[in-house]
Design a protein around this ligand. Structure first.
Ligand code: GLC
Length: 808
């Protein structure tokens, strides 16, 4: 495995180990659960998305970022500007020494005074800045309380000099308390009201106008349903509520005028540019340490916000909460672990991508590149599969949440906003089917058919309906939108949003959607049979047969499957095209859904190898569109090689790994896996975080081939974990048990997994044996050889089983 990152020896101060890759910008901690950034001037912000089920924050290595509650777009508490180049916008802590006049911040931004020592540790659920400046060591940790709706800042200051020091520490943030980003700040600020409660040392903020329609009182006529407050543990010497007064005329965050002023003239109320600034004096004897903290509390009323401040504004409560955050993440991720010869890969899969999927995609629904807050119908359903092995009830809740966002005709919102329940109605054709997809996977994992009887209403019919009825409606809608050739219409796009005009007139067909549907019909024929609906089960089997035939008759291009047909009948993803001659998903899903007969499976995967494999991962299509084509959609409007237009779209690139495993191409699976591993990249080319997955990496048609972007907010995180577990290590739930079918990359001699499955725990040890014949796998369960490599339940609840696997 060739890596461009250099590897260095142990650095005791930061816990770095020789085993994990590092670069000149940082390294993993020894236990892999922290990424330690040592140089703040990165090619792009490397961030942490720290969220609980309700409150969350984004913070980069510069210290910039913001806080939201319940919705990272509609209920944004603090202001932030999405400017990834300057990255100097957010909530900050300044320190000033009034005796010397020197001033700095406890993160690089906003003062950008060079620190004598700088370390930013992004961990699971927290970020810590460790700095030294002017003889003062500081440690600032930001995190969300694990239960309460409050962001906590734990701060430690230490005097490293041999003289007593007087310091002023000043917390600063700008209130947003509403929809963000707001293009109309001068309008929206007119409704914000701040106040300073001297007794509590707290600034409170509320907004009398929330830019969402009120069902009762119309537009711009509803109250923001939260009250926010900032308070600190140190007694407040001065407070300010007006940004103009704080910065000074044409002043700037780098060096606010107020920090140089002895007395402040506080300005709170409804007539300012609302901020919260709290200044406290701290005295430190030589060698002494001082503990303090801040609470940013958000609640539905002022008394509740006050209650949060009372409970949490003390360092003991904060330390206990931080401990709970850390142990909470460790416990959440403990039951299912993989082990391979590459410890860095293990941390990525066990810890980081699951944290990414849960914190950023499911709870926060936010990234630095995308402030969303909405639920994408297909997106969070797929993400929720991350819960299947550890807390399947949460996946079930997600399924039911999405079921309740379906219309009676089977269609669904493409996305919807929680809080306001506004949704986007589109002619996208796959969204509705993901409900059935994730339900089938829930059933394979749990075997619990009672989920089919869970009831939720439809958007346009309040009567509660069982999940099986929601799934039936989705299938029937797709069946009714089938072309005369027997392929589903593509409408305004299928999984690929950017194919937004291919089938607007409902003539264009989707071959990928056909594969997807064929796989679902295979699974749902089984679901229905188990649920006692034998007749429908047989119908689904027949439909599948016809569909597979139609795909293989009309979708095969000679060397691979085409992607779609346009409304005018022309083909997309054919060797006859000038650009976009081959699409990844049309090949990988032909394999995954058992549509391709073996000879075609081999050929289309050979085409993937030849045309779509790049050192950055599997490309979504090639070659890229080089000019806008309105009849195809906005995918053609991206610059060539960017995102879906010929880049590595990581979400789809993970499916290619599964397909390579399914055709037992160890080499390709290993190569694609290595290619998307962010920890192995050279940051000068790759730019993005080494510890989480990016949405995309530029493809060869971009001048910046290999440059990553859109980190955190990507469906690939949950998928990578799932595919590594189920296809690479090959421990895969099927209807009647756990299938053991590994496909290890060539360099791995062994691997292992600890995994719960239906009340029991399985400890799987996998060894490669070159003495076995090609494709052979031998499995023993608690010492007894299994005939068909299927571990079948039932097993005694709580039992711990040992599985030993020898494979080729
Ligand atoms: C974005 C969308 C996702 C879609 C993908 C490919 O990530 O959120 O739903 O499948 O793009 O277009």
């Amino acid at each position: 495995m060739k890596t461009t990152s250099k590897r260095t020896g142990q650095t005791p101060a930061t816990g770095q180990t020789a085993d994990l890759p590092s670069s000149r910008y940082g390294h993993f901690s020894a236990d892999g659960t922290e990424y330690c950034i040592t140089e703040p001037s990165l090619p792009r912000p490397w961030v942490n998305i720290i969220a609980g089920p309700r409150l969350g924050l984004a913070v980069s290595q510069s210290g910039s970022g913001f806080t939201w509650i319940d919705h990272s777009q509609l209920a944004v508490i603090t202001r932030w500007q999405q400017d990834l180049i300057r990255d100097t916008s957010g909530k900050f802590l300044y320190v000033r020494d009034p005796d010397s006049g020197s001033m700095w911040s406890l993160s690089p931004a906003p003062a950008w005074t060079p620190h004598d020592r700088y370390l930013c540790r992004h961990g699971l659920g927290y970020t810590t800045f460790e700095t030294e400046c002017a003889g003062i060591a500081a440690r600032w940790t930001l995190f969300c309380h694990p239960i309460e709706t409050a962001e906590l800042w734990r701060v430690e200051l230490a005097n490293l000099t041999d003289r007593p020091r007087r310091l002023e520490i000043c917390a600063y943030l700008e209130w947003n308390c509403g929809v963000a980003p707001s293009p109309r700040r001068e309008f929206t600020k007119l409704f914000l009201e701040t106040s300073f409660d001297a007794g509590r040392g707290a600034v409170f903020a509320r907004n009398h106008m929330w830019e969402v329609p009120s069902p009762r009182y119309g537009h711009w006529n509803t109250e923001f349903p939260y009250v926010a407050a900032l308070a600190g543990t140190a007694s407040v010497g001065a407070a300010q509520g007006d940004k103009g007064a704080f910065l000074g005329r044409y002043g700037y965050l780098r060096s606010p005028q107020a920090l140089r002023e002895r007395a402040w003239t506080p300005a709170f109320g409804g007539h300012e540019d609302p901020i919260a600034a709290l200044r406290s004096a701290v005295e430190l004897q030589p060698g002494a340490r001082h503990d303090l903290g801040y609470v940013l509390a958000v609640a539905s009323s002022r008394p509740e916000a006050e209650g949060l401040l009372e409970r949490l504004t003390n360092v003991a409560a904060m330390d206990a909460a931080l401990q709970d955050v850390r142990s909470g993440w460790a416990a959440r991720l403990a039951a299912h672990r993989i082990e391979t010869p590459d410890p860095c890969f293990d941390h990525l899969v066990n810890d980081w991508v699951r944290y990414q999927a849960i914190s950023s995609r499911l709870w926060g629904r936010c990234g630095y590149y995308q402030q969303s807050g909405a639920y994408g119908f297909r997106d969070q359903l797929q993400d929720s599969q991350v819960w299947l092995t550890i807390e399947p009830a949460r996946c079930r809740d997600q399924i039911n949440l999405h079921a309740a966002h379906q219309f009676a005709d089977g269609s669904v919102y493409h996305w919807w906003h929680p809080l306001t329940e506004q949704g986007n109605v589109t002619r996208m054709t796959d969204d509705l089917l993901w409900l059935a997809f994730v339900t089938a996977n829930y059933l394979k994992e749990t075997g619990d058919l009672t989920i089919l009887e869970d009831v939720t209403p439809l958007l346009d019919d309040p009567e509660p309906r069982p999940l099986r009825d929601h799934a039936r409606r989705a299938f029937e809608r797709v069946f009714s939108r089938t072309s005369p050739r027997g392929l589903p219409y593509i409408g305004a796009g299928d999984w690929n949003d950017g194919l937004s005009a291919v089938g607007l007139r409902e003539r264009g067909e989707s071959v990928w959607l056909a594969h997807f549907l064929a796989g679902l019909l295979r699974d749902w024929a089984e679901v229905l049979r188990r649920a006692g609906q034998a007749d429908t089960s047989v119908q689904y089997e027949e439909r599948r047969r016809a569909l597979v035939q139609a795909i293989n008759r009309h979708g095969w291009d000679g060397g691979w499957y085409i992607r779609a047909t346009l409304d005018d009948g022309s083909t997309l993803g054919s060797a006859a095209n000038r650009v976009a001659r081959i699409f990844l998903n049309a090949q990988t899903w032909a394999v995954l859904a058992d549509v391709a007969p073996p000879e075609r499976a081999a050929r289309c995967m050979a085409a993937v190898r030849e045309h779509l494999t790049s050192p950055a991962g599997a490309l979504l299509l090639a070659p890229a569109f080089d000019q806008p084509v309105p009849e195809i959609g906005y995918i053609t409007r991206y610059a060539p090689g960017l995102r879906e237009n010929g880049g590595v779209y990581t979400h789809a690139a993970t499916w290619a790994i599964a397909a390579a495993c399914k055709v037992r191409d160890h080499e390709l699976a290993g190569r694609l896996l290595t290619a998307i591993n962010p920890a192995l990249k050279d940051p000068e080319t790759y730019w993005a975080e080494p510890y989480v997955l990016p949405g995309n990496v530029d493809g060869p048609d971009s001048p910046h081939h290999g440059r990553a972007g859109w980190t955190w907010y990507t469906g690939s995180a949950a998928w990578l974990h799932r595919i590594v577990s189920e296809w690479v290590l090959g421990v895969r739930p099927e209807w009647d048990g756990l299938r053991i079918d590994p496909c290890l990359p060539p360099g791995w001699a062994r691997a292992g997994m600890l995994r719960p499955y239906r009340d029991c725990t399985y400890e799987v040890r996998i060894e490669r044996s070159d003495r076995l014949p090609e494709r052979a796998t031998e499995v023993t369960l608690d010492g007894e050889r299994l005939k068909d490599n299927l571990i079948a339940p039932p097993c005694k609840a709580g039992a711990h089983h040992r599985v030993h696997v020898r494979c080729r």
